[in-house]
Write a new protein. Structure first.
Lengths: 106, 106
DNA sequence: TGCAATGCCTCGAACTTCGATGTATTATAG
DNA sequence: CTATAATACATCGAAGTTCGAGGCATTGCA
């Protein structure tokens, strides 16, 4: 059984990650906390969710990464590509459509 | 790969089914079409989704069913139980919280 | 008589999320 | 100076859903 997030989470991590990276370059560990912080812990995607999504998106060419050392911390920074922006636009639209449809039924 | 609905569908069928049954008694086949119709085909949950969810909800005591023949059609009508109403209230609240959080980030 | 629609059902495939676990390095507290 | 917490990455199996295809039976209609 799931303990933290209920259902309704399918595809959400991907959407939020793309959204965050559209604003600025970030690294995995930072993204995990950013999602938690900016949603007031309503959404909590752990590292076991975020890292695989990051790898998947990079494999699809939606993200690119570069290793950087900041404050003597070695990190892998991800940034969004044009393909990633298109994907984000698509997902955003889809999500809004779906949310609107559901809201109407509620 | 999924052809019809994208992602974002996790738990949505359950939510919509409970919502429909809160208004009136319905049978499986009818629910499949009601979801499609009332969402302008934005959401389409096939029979392969609806029937298992129906059985699951009944198993959990959220729904109860009775066999009825209407217009010489034998149907299994489902109606919501008090437990089902509680579940619907919970799911609705959860969904709204989640949707609000996501909307804020977009 | 044949075909579409109604109505129920189940199965395996595919995909995600989740929590636990592991490793390594750096900062901090005692 | 030493133990512990925090940072940072990663992967694995379990669990839970949705999805499409397929099957079966009956009724309505052409």
């Amino acid at each position: 059984m799931r303990e933290t997030n209920p259902n309704f989470m399918n595809g959400v991590p991907e959407l939020l990650i793309l959204r965050l990276l559209q604003q600025e370059e970030m690294y995995g560990y930072e993204i995990v906390q950013a999602i938690r912080d900016r949603t007031d812990a309503v959404i909590a995607a752990g590292e076991g969710v975020v890292y695989p999504v990051l790898h998947g998106l990079e494999g699809d060419g939606a993200l690119k990464s570069r290793r950087r050392t900041v404050n003597s911390r070695s990190r892998i920074y991800y940034s969004i590509t044009p393909a990633g922006r298109r994907r984000l636009a698509d997902l955003s639209k889809t999500w809004t459509n779906l949310a609107t449809a559901i809201q109407t039924m509620l």
